[in-house]
Design a binder for this molecule. Structure first.
Ligand code: KG4
Ligand code: ZN
Length: 352
C-alpha cells in the first residue's frame, strides 16, 4: 500500500473514533512550537520555544538564524508536546504543520520534520495555513464559537477583515493596502528605541501616555473596508525625528499612546463600518496584534454598543503557537484534506 492509500484507509477509520488527536507543529517565523489538540477544541499540550533572544540583538528576525534555530529545536519540541500530553507518537491520529505563509527556511524546518515523522510512522499529515491557525485560536478559547462570523485578523504580516463562512471558507471584506498592523507597531516601537519585538512593549508604554499628544493623519482609502498604515507610520517617524532634531522632548509614553490610538482607531472604525453596513452578527479577533490591550477594549465597547458578540483568543494563544495549527488541522481533516509527501513550504500562500 502506498503512503497515500494508507492515509485514506486511516481516514476512513477515524470517522468511527470517539476522539481525534493531532500533533501539530508551527515554525513559520521565530517561534518553534508543537502541541497536541483533541477534536480541534481541547489543548492537551502546547509548547513554544521563542527565539526572541536570538534576534533581539539585530532588532528583528534574521531569517538564516531563525531557520537554523528551528532545525535544532523541532525534535525536542515534538518530544515536549507528547510528554506534556502524556502520549506517545502511536497515540496521535494525525500530524499537522504550517506550510505557509512565512519565512521559507523557517517553514521548511517544520514541514521537513513533520514529513519525516509522517513517512516513518505512516501517519496522516494535514497542511495548515498560518492565518487560518490564528483564526482557529478562537475555537480553542471559546468552545461554543462556530462559523459564520466576521474576523479582524491582525498579525505581523497580515491585516484583513474576513467573513468566515464555514470552517476553512473565507471571503475577503477588506485588508491593509500596505503595512500590516504588527509591522507598523514594530517599526514605531523601533524609533522609540524599544527592543524587539516592539509591539507589546509599545502597548505597555502607551498605557502611561496621553493618546492625544500627537496628531496623526487619517488616510482615506479607495476600498471602503480597506485600511492603510504606512502613511501613519511614516508621519509618526517623521514627527519623532523632527522633535529630536529640535531637541523637543515629548514623553515616549505620549508618543506610544498617540500611535497606538491612531492604529487602533483605523482598525476599529473600518471593522465597525463593515459590521454596520454588511450586518456582521458575530465578530472575532485573531493574530498577534489581537493581544493589544487598547484594540481589545475598543472592540469590546463598540461591539457591546451594537449588541454584537465579540470573541477574542486567550492572550497566550494570540501569538504564534502550534495549538491553533492543531485546531485548524482538525477541521481540515474532517473535510478529508491531507498532504502527500511532496508537501513543500509556501512562503506567500494566500488564504483567499
Ligand atoms: O501573529 P504573530 O504572532 O506573528 C505573525 O504571524 O506575524 O504577530 C506578531 C506581531 C508582531 O508584530 C508583534 O509586535 C505584534 O504582533 N504584537 C503586538 C502586541 N503583541 C504582539 N502589537 C501590538 N500590541 C501588542 N500587545
Ligand atoms: Zn502569526
Amino acid at each position: 500500500m502506498t503512503y497515500q492509500e494508507n492515509c485514506k484507509a486511516q481516514w476512513e477509520q477515524l470517522k468511527s473514533k470517539e476522539h481525534i488527536r493531532i500533533l501539530a507543529m508551527e515554525t513559520s517565523c521565530d517561534e518553534t512550537a508543537a502541541a497536541v489538540i483533541e477534536d480541534g477544541r481541547k489543548i492537551l499540550s502546547n509548547c513554544v520555544y521563542t527565539q526572541i533572544d536570538l534576534h533581539a540583538l539585530y532588532g528583528g528576525v534574521v531569517p538564516e538564524i531563525a531557520s537554523r534555530a528551528h532545525v535544532e529545536k523541532t525534535d525536542a519540541l515534538v518530544d515536549a508536546a507528547l510528554n506534556e500530553a502524556g502520549l506517545g507518537l502511536d497515540d496521535v491520529d494525525a500530524l499537522a504543520v504550517t506550510y505557509g505563509p512565512g519565512l521559507v527556511g523557517s517553514l521548511l524546518a517544520g514541514v521537513s520534520c513533520m514529513k519525516g515523522i509522517a513517512f516513518a510512522k505512516k501517519k496522516i499529515l494535514v497542511p495548515v495555513h498560518h492565518i487560518e491557525g490564528h483564526i482557529c485560536a478562537n475555537f480553542l478559547t471559546h468552545p461554543d464559537l462556530q462559523p459564520p462570523f466576521a474576523c479582524l485578523v491582525v498579525s505581523g504580516g497580515h491585516s484583513h477583515i474576513l467573513q468566515v463562512k464555514d470552517y476553512g471558507k473565507y471571503e475577503l471584506v477588506g485588508c491593509t493596502q500596505d503595512d500590516a498592523a504588527g509591522e507598523a507597531f514594530d517599526k514605531a516601537a523601533r524609533v522609540l528605541d524599544l527592543p524587539y519585538p516592539g509591539g507589546p512593549r509599545l502597548d505597555h508604554l502607551a498605557d502611561a501616555g496621553n493618546e492625544n499628544a500627537l496628531k496623526l493623519p487619517k488616510p482615506k482609502m479607495e476600498g471602503r473596508y480597506d485600511f492603510s498604515l504606512s502613511g501613519l507610520k511614516t508621519a509618526f517617524i517623521n514627527a519623532v525625528h523632527t522633535m529630536r532634531q529640535k531637541n523637543e522632548v515629548l514623553p515616549d509614553a505620549d508618543l506610544a499612546a498617540s500611535f497606538r490610538k491612531a492604529v487602533v482607531d483605523m482598525l476599529v472604525e473600518k471593522t465597525m463600518l463593515a459590521a454596520d453596513e454588511l450586518g456582521f452578527a458575530t465578530i472575532a479577533l485573531a493574530g498577534g496584534v489581537s493581544a493589544n490591550s487598547l484594540l481589545r477594549r475598543r472592540m469590546q465597547s463598540e461591539c457591546d454598543k451594537r449588541g454584537i458578540p465579540l470573541y477574542m483568543p486567550a492572550l497566550k494563544l494570540c501569538g504564534d503557537n502550534a495549538a491553533m495549527i492543531g485546531s485548524a488541522a482538525y477541521f481540515r481533516l474532517m473535510q478529508g484534506e491531507m498532504a502527500d509527501l511532496t508537501l513543500n513550504a509556501r512562503p506567500s500562500l494566500p488564504l483567499v
